[in-house]
Design a protein around this ligand. Sequence first.
Ligand code: NI
Length: 225
Amino acid sequence: MMLTLPLLDAEEVRHARALLARAPWAEGRATAGAQAALAKNNEQLPADGDIQRELQQMVLRALDRSPRFLSAALPRKVFPPRFNRYAGDSNSFGMHVDGSIRYAEGGVRVRTDLSCTVFLSELEDYDGGELVIRDPGGSRRVKLPAGQAVLYEGTTLHEVAPVTRGARLASFFWVESMVRSAERRRLLLELDDALTALRQRHGEDASTVALVGTYHNLLRMWAET
Ligand code: NI
């Protein structure tokens, strides 16, 4: 499953960019595992700064108010969002796979079922910088307007193509889902989408109420909380 969703509004994106313009960037390699470190050439905000803390809260609030994110990810834990910049000589992240478990502050472990990137730069402000996600059917190249996010399986090989002009700012994080299986998550999302459409067309009737029951019984069977 790969899906794109609107996440931050224009004001939030402007605010994020204003803060990131005066942020203390550091080498991104520091937080990569041994294999990913060889491919990683970008900059990141240090984990403990005030700017990062403020922007983390902003992204987490946006996730909480996004029904699409909640129904697709069925989040159990969200890794505190990080922020990166690709520009100048620090402009790419070669093909890699994300570590399966990420360690957040306070000893919290997050299994990386899903990866998410929130694009913060305007499309006209940089060239290159596509997120390339390898898929059995071929690679998919993702580059979205500022404020939009892409959610994709944490199991995939992926890379960020070199930025050849301007700067690409983004937030990225991982989600541990209540439903570990990607196949089950996809079925639940398809059922949820079909149900939403049915209820819009027919309102609440005995059939839609019964199907909502089926959705919740499947979720109850498959979810770990
Ligand atoms: Ni990655």
